[in-house]
Design a protein around this ligand. Structure first.
Ligand code: ZN
Length: 282
């Protein structure tokens, strides 16, 4: 475990160096990341029945619920990603929003699950009052952790968010996008309100997905969920329209190749052309 903590501590700051000096917000972001590294769930007690599942004292029942879902969620991600996990993934179940926010690298208790430094952190909201989302959110986060485990923090950050989120939404059958329906997401695409099909990601755009034009939505979080739903539909379209191409693309991603290149390896056409076909059919 010490070795893994060591690599997380090496990996995340090197990702910070990648952003370089500059962005004003990065100071605050750096603070959240340092807090996350300092409060990784590895330090918390683990369940005797599943040593990957750690819990803040008071969240033991929550951790047991996570452990019950863990094997199926792992199997689902491995089947959909076409590869085993590079290493077992630590999951942290939290009792308080404060401890959760301190550990998740974002300094916020708004998202219900966050994968940070290869660890899955789960909000106490998933024990109550949003327990019905636990299976999907755990699977969604494990999709992120699976990719992160194979390619490391720096290459992971350079994958575009729509790809990572769309894949996680598809693999978890809607996890993270539950409150936006497919018809709503499709109608927005038809109005030209859709996420920007970016070819790379960066630390500046670590969370959220950019839009081509501002969608009709009542809150910023609804905009994010709309993007997640649309990205999930696009990634599922990529999967359903050509499953062998999808696997070639995903294996290239898991081998550490940039997204644009991986898409070309898989589909022998570029991502923008694939998007146009998808959007026409939506
Ligand atoms: Zn996600």
């Amino acid at each position: 475990m010490r070795r893994r903590i060591f690599w997380a501590i090496i990996g995340v700051p090197s990702a910070l160096i990648v952003i370089g000096a500059g962005a004003a917000f990065s100071l605050q972001m750096t603070r959240h990341m340092i807090s996350g590294l300092w409060n990784m769930p590895d330090r918390l007690p683990a369940l005797s029945t599943n040593s990957q599942v750690h819990y803040q004292p008071g969240a033991e029942d929550f951790a047991r619920d996570v452990a019950a879902l863990y094997p199926d969620a792992i199997a689902r991600v491995e089947a959909m990603h076409g590869r085993r996990f590079a290493h077992p993934v630590t999951v942290g179940a939290y009792a308080t929003p404060e401890a959760y926010a301190a550990a998740n690298g974002q300094g916020s208790d708004v998202p219900v699950g966050v994968t940070f430094a290869g660890r899955v952190n789960l909000s106490p909201k998933l024990f109550w009052p949003q327990h019905q989302r636990l299976r999907a959110i755990l699977t969604h986060e494990l999709s992120h952790a699976h990719i992160n485990g194979w390619i490391g923090a720096v290459a992971y950050i350079h994958l575009p968010n729509w790809f990572k989120e769309g894949l996680a939404v598809m693999v978890s059958e809607g996890g993270g996008a539950e409150s936006v329906s497919e018809p709503e997401a499709r109608a927005a695409i038809q109005r030209g309100e859709h996420f920007l099909v970016e070819e790379t990601g960066s630390l500046r755009t670590l969370v959220g997905v950019k839009f081509t034009q501002a969608p009709r939505a009542d809150s910023p979080s609804h905009v994010t969920l709309l993007a997640y739903r649309q990205a999930g539909m696009f990634v599922r379209y990529l999967h359903d329209s050509d499953a062998p191409a999808f696997q070639r693309m995903l294996q290239a991603v898991l081998d550490g190749r940039p997204c644009v290149e991986a898409v070309r390896v898989g589909y022998r056409q570029d991502i923008q052309a694939l998007w146009r076909t998808f959007a026409r059919r939506s």
